[in-house]
Ligand binder design. Structure first.
Ligand SMILES: [Zn+2]
Length: 657
């Protein structure tokens, strides 16, 4: 009608109600625009209005009417849908039955009374478990001259069957007696007349079991589904352009999630583009209810390092699988590009047709169509050149090649690192050997991932980020590992720094510094222990024991301890110097003074020892003074070889000892 109006062939449009004219307000605006340009009158609710006139009030009235109409339409649709859902919940069928069933007079589903239809459907469910392949069923029908019914606009049409049709029958819940509603959701694509259909999550479905007479038992139906699933070729995704190695391979499994992660490139084009794997879920209020983000470089490096390590131990069997996967990849890539080309060709055809069909007097429309046509041709050319440049010569592998591949796998590390290797090739290699990478946990310190190989073999992997590296360094340092050992271990585990460099000695030292774990720090700690020990009058063996426990990375023995004490006396930068006279030395002086005094007054060694013990003083080693010790102390302090008590009544026991 709009076309006719535009052509000036319509004088007046008569509608019972404006809401009957269009479904949405935007459409009505468009309609009004055309009516205004072509001078068409509009008659509704008994009134006539000329949109081209200056009577703004009249057309405003129409617009308001249209607005109410649109709202009314929307409400009616919603109410209609709500009623259908309510009926479906009661177990009543509100959608049309698939072929093989018909609706009875009372609205129930019954098997199609036509015997031929029943037989055809039943045959499919009988054949599949036996033949195990859709292609074989199609062949069976063809060889036996059988046809399969389809329903088209209410009536049944017979024709040859194909795999897609058989598949849709085998997958339909209705055939085991269940009625399902709300399985799919359709959304109108913006700016197009086509509709996007996708499945709703299972918990949203409305399912009524034993709703009608089945063609196949429920157990059998589920067994068939398992068989179909086993036949399904795994979905192979295309290799993208970015430098992240695992896009479309990495799946989020944090908090029971099960979604592919997106690859997000940060930074503007040309300037540092760093990739992260992300999975965000937004709640009703726009806030993230689930937010998983991990830098791609860390996972990429850890996973590829892991893969390379495993690949160096590859055998013939694995090699053959890899080759097959790689070929599948190439084929699917080419198939996709060919499909794109076909689509583009079709677009060109359609545009050309539309342009040819447009009468010469519609200048604007022709210009519009011309532009569309031009765009279609350009797109077609683009796809064509892409296809031509990307079709690499097909390689067919032989047993000898497999041998060669195994040989090459031995030095796959060089292959991987070779400057001629492109990132796309690296991605393809990863895809050829691993099915997916599952991310189980991720935080600032690191991530727990699981590498799933194509064979189904799973391996857990810990991926560390800067914070995690620091913790790992600290832990290993405390275990008494040397810096070089720590560097080697971390590199072997596929750890890299924040700027994608391997772990180095300076890095490890720096991390130790952050945690106060450098040797320098340990030396300072040791000096503090020694100083405190001396001030507390602790014995040297006691101090050595404490050093071995608290500063284990330094080798401790009595000589080193003496050396350290000498240094402390001289004064070392970061620790307070020792007092000039140590407490122990003060004690010694006191003891010697006491002995000297006692000797002068003619005491025996035994009585001197007793007096010393009574005074609360302690010998340098041991807890009690003995007469022998007292004598030795005195002799050493005065550098004497022997000493005879000056007393008139010599203490033989002590002197002889
Ligand atoms: Zn997630």
């Amino acid at each position: 009608m709009l076309g006719l109006m535009d052509a000036g062939e319509v004088g007046i449009v008569i509608a019972q109600d404006v809401s009957r004219l269009t479904r949405s307000v935007a459409d009505f605006e468009h309609f009004l625009e055309i009516a205004r340009e072509s001078g068409t009158l509009i008659c509704s609710n008994g009134g006539v209005c000329d949109p081209a006139s200056d009577d703004v009030a009249a057309s405003l009235g129409l617009e308001v009417e249209a607005l109410f109409g649109a709202v009314d339409n929307r409400l009616r649709t919603r109410r209609f849908m709500a009623a259908r859902i309510a009926r479906a919940r009661e177990g009543k069928a509100v959608s049309a039955p698939p072929v093989g069933f018909v609706r009875s007079v009372r609205g129930e589903w019954i098997k199609d009374p036509e015997r031929r239809v029943q037989d055809a459907v039943a045959r499919v469910f009988e054949l599949y478990p036996k033949l195990g392949s859709l292609g074989k069923i199609v062949a069976y029908f063809r060889e036996n001259g059988l046809e399969f019914p389809r329903r088209s606009r209410g009536s049944v049409k017979w024709g040859p069957c194909d795999a897609a049709l058989i598949h849709s029958v085998l997958r339909n819940h209705a055939y085991y007696g269940a009625y399902t509603f709300m399985r799919r959701q359709s959304k109108k694509r913006s700016g197009a007349s086509s509709v996007a259909v996708k499945f709703r999550p299972v918990h949203e479905w409305i399912v009524k079991h034993d709703h009608h007479e089945p063609y196949v038992s429920r157990e059998m139906w589920h067994r068939i589904q398992e068989m179909l699933a086993a036949q399904r070729r795994p979905f192979r995704r295309l290799v993208g352009k970015g430098h992240a190695l695992l896009p479309s391979l990495i799946r989020c499994a944090v908090d029971g999630c099960n979604q592919l992660m997106r690859t997000h490139y940060w930074g503007r084009d040309g300037i540092a583009r760093t990739a992260s794997y992300t999975h965000f879920v937004q709640g009703d209020w726009g806030a993230h209810t689930h937010r998983v983000l991990f830098p791609a470089r860390n996972i990429d490096h850890a996973v590829s390092e892991h893969v390379l390590k495993s690949l160096t131990a590859i055998d013939d069997e694995a090699a053959r699988t890899i080759i097959e996967r790689d070929q599948q990849d190439r084929v699917s890539l080419e198939r996709t590009r060919r499909r794109q080309l076909l689509d583009a060709e079709e677009d060109v055809q359609r545009a050309r047709q539309a342009f040819a069909n447009c009468a010469p007097e519609f200048q604007h429309a022709r210009a519009d169509l011309m532009a569309e046509y031009d765009a279609a041709v350009r797109r077609h050319l683009e796809v064509k050149t892409q296809l031509a440049s990307n079709t690499a010569p097909r390689v067919s592998m032989t047993a000898a090649d497999v041998g060669a591949l195994v040989h090459r796998a031995q030095n796959v590390r060089q292959l991987w690192a070779s400057p001629r290797r492109t990132n796309e090739q690296r991605k393809r290699l990863l895809r050829a050997v691993i099915r997916e990478v599952v991310l189980h946990r991720a935080d600032r310190a690191g991530a727990d991932v699981e590498v799933v190989w194509h064979g189904g073999f799973r391996q857990r992997l810990r991926v560390l980020r800067a914070k995690g590296v620091e913790a790992a360094v600290a832990e290993r340092t405390r275990d008494g590992k040397g810096t070089a050992t720590i560097v080697n271990e971390l590199n072997a585990e596929g750890v890299i720094t924040a700027v994608s460099r391997p772990v180095s000695v300076p890095l490890v030292t720096r991390k130790q510094g952050h945690r106060g774990l450098r040797l320098k720090d340990e030396r300072r700690l040791a000096r503090q222990i020694i100083r405190q020990g001396l001030l507390d009058r602790r014995s040297r063996p006691e101090i050595l024991r404490q050093l071995a426990a608290e500063a284990p990375r330094l080798p401790w023995d009595p000589q080193r301890l003496s050396e350290a004490i000498r240094q402390l006396r001289r004064g070392v930068g970061d620790v307070d110097p020792l007092p000039r006279v140590l407490p122990a030395e003060q004690d010694k002086q006191q003891i010697l003074d006491l002995i000297r005094g006692a000797l002068a007054s003619g005491k025996t060694w035994t009585s001197i020892a007793r007096a010393l013990n009574d005074s609360g003083l302690q010998p340098p080693r041991g807890t009690m003074f003995t007469p022998v010790q007292v004598r030795l102390l005195y002799l050493r302090a005065h550098a004497l070889r022997s000493f005879k008590l000056p007393s008139t009544q010599p203490d033989h026991g002590a002197a002889n000892a």
